[in-house]
Design a protein around this ligand. Structure first.
Ligand code: S3P
Length: 432
């Protein structure tokens, strides 16, 4: 894929797809609930399709039509042993959440994934489950994972790693355990699982203790299905927001975007940088906050972000680094350890690709420093993505300013945003 420079800015209202995190949960939770669930606006992308196929392979009746997916759930213990191993492609969310859910089921399963997913750490979900008596065998801390049936004990977990995937996997395991599982989250992460479980009638209690959270879930209570409208994805919107901010003469409006306070660190960071962004029409849908977002081209300032905000915007650093490259002063983003173990080593790829674009930057420990200039000299216009969708989309946006950039292995964009190129081009982008 080649991302070419644009000179007229981007204008209009892009169609942003449904939220990826909520889409995964919209398949998993109704599949183990009782009743029929109609899901509107689910993200149709490779990652979400892997979760969908997993549940079809475990015997759940799922009907797909053009705009909706309908799931016929039969309760906590209705899943069947799949005939084959469950293949999850590139999807870390599917792998961690399903490891938790399936560890308290009464059949054996094996989870596998693509080359990149097979390198990602799975001990972080397997180990707390093993402490709860789960019979989970990893391949030296990675996929494939073999999950043998076992009777789990309720957990008492002090979650040191800030990860919604681990938290969610443990909550899903807890649904089928006799007794109360307690999780202390030392850093708050996205809470879509808690919100949806509560809406489906789970016995779940969430207590906020200054910057920490105590979550209690009592298992063996059957869930009741409800319909779900998936809001549009703020993480996918981010590419358009920054494209509009850094290109003159831009004005865009993004509609029906999820603005969950455990996810919207990017908006807070951009406002700190002086971005002209307005949050409009805030409303609630099943306890998820939805809004419209209006963005104008802006003169950005650099900023310092502490590690406290990192968990509220962990997926947005690749694109935030592009914004920082066009600010009028340096930026430092601290505490980015988790970025090293995403779909790629994102911290390293941000650094290497920014440097190839002629931008002065450095990583010290887990902190990223960016020193913008008003004139960049491209050193190498081939962008290495290691099949990471967010690196590919972020550097497509870089190309609108410094292109042409050749984005390698850009087919990874299909994991989260298959219509990205079409949408950007329809607003004034020039991706070929
Ligand atoms: C996700 C949680 C985050 C995020 C990922 C989606 C989720 O991962 O990076 O894209 O849906 O729970 P971690 O839990 O590993 O931080």
């Amino acid at each position: 894929m080649i991302s070419n420079p644009i000179n007229q800015g981007i204008n209009g209202s892009p169609n942003i797809p449904g939220d990826k995190s909520i889409s995964h949960r919209s398949i998993i939770i109704p599949s183990i609930s009782n009743g029929i669930c109609e899901i509107d606006n689910i993200l149709k992308s490779e990652d979400v399709n892997h979760t969908l196929d997993a549940f079809k392979n475990m015997g759940v009746k799922i009907v797909e039509d053009k705009s909706k997916i309908i799931i016929f759930g039969n309760g906590l213990n209705s899943l069947k042993k799949p005939i084959n191993n469950i293949y999850l492609g590139n999807s870390g969310t599917s792998a961690r959440l399903l490891t938790g859910l399936l560890s308290s089921q009464n059949f054996q399963t094996v989870l596998t994934g693509d080359e990149s997913l097979q390198k990602r750490p799975m001990g972080r979900i397997a180990n707390p489950l093993i402490e709860m008596n789960a019979k989970v065998e990893t391949n030296d801390g990675t996929l494939p994972i073999k999950i043998n049936p076992s009777r789990l004990n309720p957990g008492n977990i002090d979650l040191k790693i800030p990860s919604a995937q681990i938290k969610s996997g443990l909550l899903l395991a807890g649904l089928n355990i006799d007794g109360e599982t307690k999780i202390v989250e030392n850093k708050i992460t996205r809470d879509h699982t808690e919100i949806m479980l509560e809406a489906f009638g789970a016995e779940i209690e969430v207590n906020n203790l200054s910057n920490k959270k105590l979550i209690k879930i009592t298992g063996k209570k059957e869930l009741v299905s409800k319909n779900i409208l998936v809001p549009n994805d703020l993480s996918s919107s981010a590419f358009f927001i920054i494209c509009a901010l850094i290109n003159n003469n831009s004005h865009i409006i993004l509609k029906n975007i999820n603005n969950n306070p455990t996810r919207n660190g990017l908006i807070l960071a951009l406002k700190k940088m002086g971005a002209k962004i307005s949050i409009l029409n805030e409303r609630l849908n099943n306890k998820e906050i939805i809004c419209d977002i209006e963005v104008f081209s802006s003169e950005l300032r650099g900023c310092e972000l502490g590690s406290d905000i990192a968990d509220l915007m962990i997926d947005e650093y690749p694109i935030l680094a592009i914004a920082a490259s066009f600010a009028n002063s340096p930026s430092v983003f601290r505490g980015l350890k988790e970025l090293k173990i995403k779909e790629s080593d994102r911290l390293n790829l941000i650094l290497v690709n920014l440097q190839n674009c002629g931008i002065s930057c450095k990583v010290v420990g887990d902190d990223l420093f960016i020193y913008p200039s008003s004139n960049y000299e491209i050193k190498n216009n081939v962008i290495r993505t290691d099949y990471d969708h967010r690196i590919a989309m972020a550097f497509c946006i870089m190309g609108t300013k410094l292109g042409p950039l050749e984005i390698k292995d850009s087919e990874s964009i299909d994991t989260s945003f298959p219509t990205f190129k079409k949408e950007l081009n329809s607003l004034g982008g020039n991706i070929s």
